[in-house]
Each structure stands twice: as structure tokens, then as C-alpha cells.
Write a protein that binds this ligand. Structure first.
Ligand code: AMP
Ligand code: ZN
Length: 487
């Protein structure tokens, strides 16, 4: 029996018991990238957080349908329907078809997701592939009286919606507060109310990405795609909807309003929001100019980077902080994570060579339960990792003869490490060609160094350390043994 799962529902701001609508099925929808440029590391943090959540739901035995969309149309520069179409602008700039932009950055996104060892979603629907579903939904919202057409564009009537439902529900904000954050309507504005938002936008003749609709040629507003695609693949009410915190106030608030108005029921039982990756306290974003691309991070080719970092060390860095807390990027923090990741992985190698004893000095079952308990408490990966470091300590102590494990406990320890390090945290050895021979050779070298030190042959032990440093392998003497990592 696994412990019951609790998660923080951002709709209620409460930690709630997870009870899926149709167990063992779970519907999970996550807002995917807008593919008009490369994803930065901040975007990756959100997708890695949901990968952890997806993996743990699978571990608990749920049959998860994970839908993560690709936004390839309809996203204007401003979140409130103003500015140019992001795809058309980029296409014009590069003198290519908008769909070439979409193709390039979709492939780039998938490559990055693979480098971080995230599992692919079950369905990856695109906005352009679901124009008719979006039109149908808009028609239904008009029929229900919650949207109106002006000059070939259709707007959602927030004022009307508010009379029946709580529009600021997700952000817990009152209308006055929401109004304070929107601009006044201009004389040219087609919207009836300041909070109204576009469901369908009339396209000017020069606009390339446009489709026929009952209201003339146009393109969908940004929010409607997620409402249309999530209800198509997961049903009118489904279990979990996720995305970054920055999507709460506008995109997700509008998604709820559209779906509720159309289907007359709340679309989502649990909302999960991940917190932001920051650089010196400022949110990483394209517009702030502080967005590292994953490629730059892997090679170290960026003025703010002291060196390159392997994708798995970066993944580990992200998982060391709970998904709901901000995470600040720094070279020091990444280097510390790199060492931690190295310690964890070398302990898994060490585990293979441990000799069983007749009795055990550590309770591996209790440690396994503690790992599950951490993850079942709102996917608490930092506490899981703290428990895994306790496992590392035990493994290194057994190797040094300071603790003992029976054959059964050694097998349980292997199961624990493989389950939580590989399956749940989604870490792998640094590259697929790594068959563990380097770690094996390092174990031999470090044993020889330990023997040399025991014989007070410090010239040999120092020589080993210095020669390894020349080939960028650093070793460190710590309380519970020696660890090593590659620079
Ligand atoms: P976009 O491509 O801008 O639609 O963003 C894709 C996802 O990345 C969304 O879920 C955003 O909330 C998320 N995101 C954007 N910036 C950051 C950041 N600095 N840290 C974490 N997630 C982010
Ligand atoms: Zn969305």
C-alpha cells in the first residue's frame, strides 16, 4: 500500500487529498510552450516539475493520460490581446513561413526535453490542429450568452460571467483589484468591458495565419485552445491542470471562465502551479534578457556561466527545490548540485560491489517508506533527496565497514535507489555511453588512495588527487568517505 497522496490545490490554496474522478485513470493537462523561439531554462523548470509529478503518479499505479499542448497560433505579444502575433512577427523577420518557425522550435523543444530525460506526454496537441474544436466551443459560449461578436472578432463577456460565477477565483482577487491592473478601454476598442478577452480575432488581409469561421477569416485567441483541447482529450471536468504561476492570473483564469460558461461545470478538480526560476531574484524570461538557453548551459557558452553543466546535474539542481518555491540560478548552486548528483550516482555504482553481512545495522524499509512519504506530501522532492543522501551515507559506510546490510537489505537498497533516483526523479547516468566503467575505475583508484593514506604514504595519495585534477576529476574527503565529480 502506498501512502495517500496530498497536493496543494491552487484553486483552494489548501493541501488536499488526491481523489481522482475515475480511478485508476488520471487526466493531467499542462500548458506547453509557445513555439516561436527556443525554450529557456525557466520554461524547462516548469516542464521538469510536471515530469516529476507525472512520474510519481505513474509510480503510484495510476493510468495517466498526460496532455501537453504546443501553442503554434493565436499567441499575441501581450497577454491581453494586444501586440503582434508572435509567429507571424518572427516569420516576417526571418522571411520564412510561420509553420517553419513552428516546426523548428517544436523539434528544438523536444530535443531539450529529451536531454533532460522528461517522459513524452501521451498526447501533444497543437492549436492549429484544433481550429474547428475551438470554433465549436466559441459558438457554444455565444449560444449560452457569455460572448459577443464585433466586426468579425468574438469577445468573452466577463461582466456577464461574473454575475453567475467567481471570475477571480484562481488568484483570489476581487474585481476592483483585477480592474486596477487593466488599462482603460480606448475609443477604438471593440470590447464592452475592460476585462473582456478575445476568443476569436478578425484577421486583416495581410495576416498569414488565418482560418475561415462563422465570423469571417480570423484566428483563435490564446486561451481558447487549452479549453478546447483539454475537454476534447480529458473530458469536461478532469483531474489536474498545471502550468507556471505566471499563467494563473490571465490564461488559467480565462480558461476556467470559458469552460465553465460552455459546459456549465468547473473544468478542473485540482490546479497545480509551479514557481519561477529566477536569476539574481529576477524571473527568467525572454523579455528580461536573462534567459539561458539549455544549449548554452550545457556548453557553458554564456557570459554569466563559469562553465558548462551536464543536463542531469541541471535536472538534479531543479529537483532539489520544491516545485512551489522560487529557485534562484547561480553558478555556485549549480556546482553544489553537480557534486550532489555525482555522489548519488557513484553510490549507486558502489552498491553493486557491496558484500552482504549476516545482519543489518540500518532499516532500509523505514527509509523506503520515508521516501514515499516525502513524495506523497505534495511531491516533496527536496525531502526525498535528503532521504536518498541518508541512503548514500549508509552505502558508503557499508563499503567502509562501518555499517552492515544483509543480502535482502542490499536488494531492498538497490530497489530503493533505482525506484526513486531513476523512475521517480528521472535521473540517469550522465550519458548513455556511460556503462559505469569510469565509476568502477574510480572506486579502485580511491581504494588504493585510501590504503596509501592508511600507510601514511601521503606522496602517493596526493599524487592520485593531483593527477586526477589534471584530467578534471576532483576528489573530496568527506566525513562519510571520499566523493568525486567531473569538472
Ligand atoms: P511560454 O512558452 O511562454 O508559454 O511558457 C511555457 C511555460 O513555461 C509556462 O507554463 C510558463 O508558466 C513557464 N515559465 C515561463 N517562465 C518561467 C520561469 N522563469 N520559471 C518557471 N517557469 C516559467
Ligand atoms: Zn494553456
Amino acid at each position: 500500500m502506498h501512502p495517500a497522496l496530498y497536493l496543494t490545490n491552487t484553486l483552494t490554496q489548501q493541501k488536499e487529498l488526491f481523489e481522482p474522478l475515475h480511478p485508476p485513470l488520471v487526466g493531467l493537462y499542462v500548458c506547453g510552450p509557445t513555439v516561436y523561439s527556443d525554450v529557456h531554462l525557466g520554461n524547462c523548470r516548469t516542464f521538469i516539475s510536471f515530469d516529476l509529478i507525472y512520474r510519481y503518479l505513474l509510480y503510484l499505479g495510476y493510468k495517466v493520460r498526460y496532455v501537453r499542448n504546443i501553442t503554434d497560433a493565436g499567441h499575441l505579444e501581450g497577454d491581453r490581446d494586444e501586440g503582434d502575433d508572435k509567429f507571424a512577427k518572427k516569420a516576417k523577420l526571418e522571411q520564412v513561413e510561420p509553420m517553419e518557425i513552428v516546426q523548428r522550435y517544436t523539434l528544438g523543444f523536444r530535443e531539450v526535453m529529451q536531454a533532460f530525460n522528461t517522459l513524452p506526454p501521451s498526447i501533444e496537441p497543437t492549436a492549429t490542429g484544433h481550429i474547428s474544436e475551438q470554433i465549436e466551443m466559441i459558438r457554444e459560449i455565444i449560444n449560452k450568452g457569455y460572448a459577443y461578436e464585433v466586426n468579425g472578432s468574438v469577445y468573452f463577456d466577463v461582466e456577464k460571467y461574473r454575475q453567475q460565477y467567481n471570475y477571480g477565483q484562481l488568484t483570489n482577487r476581487l474585481l476592483d483589484d483585477l480592474m486596477a491592473n487593466t488599462r482603460e478601454l480606448g475609443g477604438q476598442d471593440e470590447k464592452h468591458g475592460r476585462l473582456d478577452f478575445a476568443l476569436w480575432i478578425n484577421a486583416k488581409p495581410e495576416h498569414i495565419m488565418r482560418w475561415p469561421s462563422p465570423w469571417g477569416w480570423g484566428f483563435p485567441g490564446w486561451h481558447i485552445e487549452c479549453s478546447a483541447m483539454s475537454s476534447k482529450y480529458l473530458g469536461e471536468t478532469f483531474d489536474i491542470h498545471g502550468g507556471g504561476m505566471d499563467l494563473k492570473a490571465t490564461h488559467h483564469t480565462n480558461e476556467i471562465a470559458q469552460s465553465q460558461a460552455c459546459n456549465n461545470k468547473p473544468p478542473v478538480k485540482y490546479w497545480l502551479h509551479t514557481n519561477m526560476l529566477t536569476v539574481n531574484g529576477v524571473r527568467m524570461s525572454k523579455s528580461a534578457g536573462n534567459g539561458f538557453l539549455p544549449g548554452e548551459l550545457f556548453t557553458g557558452n554564456h557570459p554569466l556561466l563559469e562553465k558548462g553543466y551536464a543536463p542531469m546535474a541541471v535536472r538534479f539542481f531543479m529537483l532539489q527545490t520544491h516545485y512551489s518555491s522560487t529557485l534562484d540560478f547561480s553558478n555556485e548552486a549549480l556546482q553544489a548540485s553537480e557534486k550532489g548528483y555525482g555522489r548519488l550516482m557513484s553510490a549507486i555504482r558502489t552498491l553493486d560491489g557491496l558484500i552482504p553481512s549476516d545482519s543489518s545495522t540500518a532499516d532500509i524499509q523505514a527509509l523506503f517508506t520515508a521516501c514515499e512519504k516525502a513524495m506523497s506530501d505534495d511531491f516533496n522532492s527536496p525531502i526525498l533527496i535528503a532521504n536518498l543522501f541518508e541512503a548514500v551515507r549508509i552505502i558508503n559506510s557499508v563499503k567502509d565497514g562501518k555499517e552492515k546490510l544483509t543480502a535482502g537489505d542490499l536488494a531492498d537498497m538497490k530497489k530503493l535507489m533505482h525506484t526513486f533516483v531513476f523512475d521517480v526523479l528521472g535521473l540517469t547516468f550522465e550519458n548513455e555511453n556511460d556503462d559505469g566503467s569510469l565509476a568502477g575505475a574510480m572506486n579502485i583508484i580511491l581504494d588504493i588512495r585510501k590504503e596509501a593514506k592508511a600507510k601514511k604514504d601521503f606522496s602517493t595519495s596526493d599524487r592520485i588527487r593531483d593527477e586526477l585534477a589534471k584530467i578534471n576529476i576532483r576528489i573530496k574527503d568527506e566525513k562519510d568517505g571520499v566523493t568525486w565529480y567531473k569538472d
